[in-house]
Design a binder for this molecule. Structure first.
Ligand code: SAH
Length: 221
């Protein structure tokens, strides 16, 4: 991770350009764009990548994982329809960037990471920033029984199916965004799952993406 927390005018300028680019790529939710404008993405990357932090690209963050591409973060966040004060559960803390974007929108963020080294590395960075994110080392398939129910759930790894326990922990009327493995086995389809008041699920598809896999149980792999 970048050890300097400096956020200078150059970083802010680059961030504004990124926001303009995301607009041209179809992100229209002003609350999402303003959160992207607020969160210093370069702080979540290894220092050698600082110059590249504001390109619309995914990057390695160690432990074989990646920080999602800004467009993917913005796209998932826009689909999530977050409002101030909502309780949001994220599966796959990774660098912590997506969690901070949600916190910048006024959400109360709970985020689970299964990869031990990454969990500790990211926890340290988040403690130095002002975004309110609670992180947990655990298996996202299990959710967080003590903090449920959630208004929103966002999964940031490719999932083979809709995790049943997470549906149980979603409020009626709540929304889950999940990149679901496609039948071809070469990527994911972005799915928005709405839990209707009668408990049934409404599913909508929003195009193809590529994520690292959602794995089971805590590990160091
Ligand atoms: N949201 C992240 C991107 C994460 S990449 C960011 O903004 O940087 C996906 C992350 O999901 C990886 O860190 C991976 O270790 C984690 N992951 C995979 N399976 C998981 C599981 N079952 N529970 C929790 N985290 C998981």
């Amino acid at each position: 991770m970048n050890t300097s927390l400096e956020d200078n005018y150059r970083h802010k300028g680059l961030r504004q350009q990124l926001v303009d680019l995301l607009r041209t790529k179809g992100i229209t939710d002003e609350a999402v764009l303003s959160a992207i404008n607020e969160v210093p993405r370069h702080i979540f990357l290894d220092s050698s990548f600082v110059e590249l932090a504001y390109q619309d690209k995914a990057f390695p963050i160690g432990s074989g994982q990646t920080i999602s591409q800004p467009h993917t973060v913005a796209f998932q966040t826009q689909l999530l329809q977050v409002q101030k004060g909502m309780k949001v559960l994220e599966i796959g803390t990774g660098s912590g960037y997506q969690a901070c974007v949600l916190a910048a929108m006024g959400a109360k963020v709970f985020s689970i990471e299964r990869q031990r080294n990454l969990f500790f590395k990211t926890k340290e960075i988040l403690e130095q920033l002002s975004f309110r994110v609670k992180t947990f080392l655990g298996d996202g398939y299990e959710g967080l029984t003590t903090y449920q129910p959630f208004d929103r759930i966002i999964i940031t790894a490719g999932a083979p199916s809709i995790p049943e326990k997470l549906i149980e922990q979603l409020k009626p009327g709540g929304i889950m965004i999940i990149p679901m493995d496609n039948a071809e086995g070469d990527g994911q389809t972005m799915l928005r799952v709405t839990k209707m008041e009668d408990g049934s699920l409404k599913k909508e598809e929003f195009g193809d993406f590529k994520f690292v896999p959602m794995l089971k149980e805590i590990g160091n792999d």
